[in-house]
Design a protein around this ligand. Structure first.
Ligand code: GLA
Length: 336
């Protein structure tokens, strides 16, 4: 039970509680590694950079790499014996235009492939031995059943579907020891799940170096159902891939609920507690294939959901509240 008066030492460390199951990660940024430092170090043994390793941060201008912010996160991980996940190399978002065009004129396929190869080589090479797993390709699969691949992607437009295979090959060449992941959202939704499965199966049959499937896990208190999550885990794992939950948050709002509450209602928090409980129970059941569960943030005082899908609307998706105190959901996850 939650008790406001608990001493810090009476609160168990989340990652220690889960040490027999999988690593517990948090996405952090240059600000939260300062403001939430104690919470991060106590409860998490894996880190992901929220934005600091994306192409627009690392190589905003061609051939000028800026590792300052990424390094401060990697250093925190290394100093505290945490694992470091790399996120992300090839994505249709947060990638500067120069990768694809010059003076507004699209570049040719070979040039764009060259930009991809150079970026991957440089970044994966730089963090070799520190970043153990990379989200190599993010969100390449279409959300609608008319297409297998997401159409609004310059990578697809200019290189063609081969860009996915190439990205994995470049990453493998740059660090043969790194675990290479495909990462996507709505990865439990049956239609999209089947499309992702189909792509992964094709890559594996073609001998592409891919080792894992990342389910982002931007979920809410109503869905997806435990059965949908279970089926997705089983399908991806049946391909011999390891599974990681890479961006977990459980919004207190269901999709389409655009209310702006000042506080979560008791019922929302209760449903969130139950949901976290059943989701982690499922994760424990599959701990032979799930190797890591990462939250997309640390505590409720900061989440990207404060601006998505409703701008400026507060959300409370984590196990720690706005003051960094454990919520009922936390106790549900650690007491099993
Ligand atoms: C996707 C990306 C993340 C992040 C979230 C929203 O899930 O993979 O890097 O941008 O969207 O913050």
């Amino acid at each position: 039970m939650a008790d406001e008066n608990l001493e810090e030492e009476e609160i168990p460390s989340l990652h220690e509680v889960y040490s027999d199951y999988f690593t517990i990660g948090a996405a952090v940024n240059s600000r939260t590694i300062q403001s939430e430092r104690d919470l991060i170090v106590k409860h998490f043994n894996s880190l992901t950079a929220e934005n600091e390793m994306k192409p627009e941060t690392l190589q905003a201008h061609k051939d000028f790499f800026n590792y300052r912010r990424a390094d401060s996160i990697v250093n925190l991980a290394m100093e505290n014996d945490m694992k470091m996940r790399g996120h992300t190399l090839v994505w249709h978002n947060q990638t500067p235009d120069w990768f694809f065009s010059r003076f507004m004129i699209p570049l040719d396929r070979e040039t764009v492939l060259g930009h991809m190869e150079d970026h991957i080589n440089e970044v994966v090479g730089k963090y070799k031995g520190q970043v153990y797993a990379w989200d190599v390709v993010n969100e390449a699969i279409s959300n609608d059943s008319n297409h297998l691949y997401r159409q609004e992607s310059k990578w697809l437009e200019i290189i063609g579907e081969e860009y996915i295979r190439k990205a994995f090959e470049f990453a493998h060449a740059a660090d043969p020891d790194a675990k290479l992941f495909y990462n996507d959202y709505n990865a439990t939704q049956p239609g999209k799940r089947d499309r992702i499965y189909k792509m992964l199966k094709g890559l594996i049959e073609d001998g592409v170096p891919i080792h894992g499937m990342g389910l982002q896990g931007h979920w809410d208190i109503h869905g997806p159902s435990i059965n949908e999550i279970r089926t997705a885990i089983e399908m991806y794992a049946s391909l011999g891939l390891e599974i990681q939950i890479t961006e977990l948050d459980i919004s207190v709002y269901s999709w389409g609920d655009n209310r702006r509450l000042q506080e979560p209602t008791p019922r929302m928090l209760d449903m969130q507690r139950e949901r976290y409980g059943e989701i982690f129970e499922l994760f424990r059941e599959y701990s032979d294939v799930i190797t890591s569960v990462t939250f997309w943030g640390v505590a409720d005082n900061y989440t990207w959901l404060d601006d998505f899908p409703v701008e400026g609307r507060k959300d409370w998706p984590f196990l720690f509240d706005v003051n960094g105190e454990p919520k009922e959901a936390f106790w549900e996850v650690v007491n099993f």
